[in-house]
Ligand binder design. Sequence first.
Ligand code: NAD
Length: 361
Amino acid sequence: MDCVNVGIDKTVYYKIYIKDNIFTDADLLKPLFCKYSKAMIITDDNVRLIHLDKVIAALKPYIENIYIFCLYAKENSKSIQNAEKILAKLADNKFRKDDIIISLGGGMVSDIAGFCASVYKRGCALAHVPTTVLAQVDASIGGKTAVNTGAGKNMIGTIYHPNFVLCDTSLLSTLSDEAYFESFAEIIKYALICDRKLFEYLENTDTIDIRNNIAAVITKCVNHKAGIVAIDDADNNERLKLNFGHTIAHAIEKYYGYKIYSHPRAVGIGMYSTVLFCENEGICKQGTVQRVKTLLEKFSLEYKMPQISKEDFYTIIANDKKLSAGGLKETVICDIGESKIILLDDDKIKNIAEKYLKELK
Ligand SMILES: NC(=O)c1ccc[n+]([C@@H]2O[C@H](COP(=O)([O-])OP(=O)(O)OC[C@H]3O[C@@H](n4cnc5c(N)ncnc54)[C@H](O)[C@@H]3O)[C@@H](O)[C@H]2O)c1
């Protein structure tokens, strides 16, 4: 079993366990769960059908009362209205601060479950059981929680770390190939911002072999995220690099009402667009765009910018939560595995919208 420690300061320290068939490992589960008398499992209606019974059966010997809150499996479920319903169910069942919320699902579930855990009685216990590759390598680590609002993606959120994370790689076996590999957008992101060797491994390895080696790939990404979060938990500088490609991704997701483009598919387009900008502006060397395009295609990820007017694009970006008085802090690639943060002012953003929206189609 791999185990990655996340340590922010003296008050935040937790472990991420990465292993096949975690829910048959009583020696691991007992000490983690036996201190809780009540748990609320938050899941979605797909994961509920496939994995919930097994998880409940494994936890029942240690937790007396297990409640379930099931969301529809769609990005729009990550809403303030559903968060309110979850909080009401916790209060109705007299949950205390030392009772635990367990997210069982992808990043949509862990984001809203984490948000509710962070605000319920100003913070109750939280564990994540991520069931997508994206949630295992990214969303369940680092403590960012969120709900979407009409104004945009992840508009309301907190930074609230879980008590522990269980990345059970056997849970990934029920994902379709398409759902499994679209999460590789976030793995390619780590490779682009800080791990050239990972990029080359993804380029040169057959997808079947990558799948057979998934625990090692997940551990690598988890280590990157844990390392970045440890030095910039508050998202002021280094951690912004994890948003690589995400400004455009969030704009696409919002423009299409969170229905047409899943988050990782939008991230693929966002990364490609940003690398194209970097290559054209001389920030990274010629040929980088082609390598990124080829890798995205290997995992059946799109790269072409969908139809979106420059006025709408600009309006959405102008409302991006990363925007401050000085401009938009955006991560760019200097080379594969090397990144830096630049500041884009209002005029530059308008220029980019003008120039690249045509070129990217
Ligand atoms: N907090 C963070 O740091 C962070 C980082 C990255 C992404 N996110 C968020 O994560 C969300 C995207 O997460 P996601 O890509 O995991 O998508 P998701 O949670 O929407 O899940 C995608 C689909 O896969 C299904 N599914 C999940 N696990 C399954 C399994 N084991 N077998 C079969 N089907 C399964 C779900 O029911 C859903 O239909 C977005 O809301 C994004 O904003 C958060």
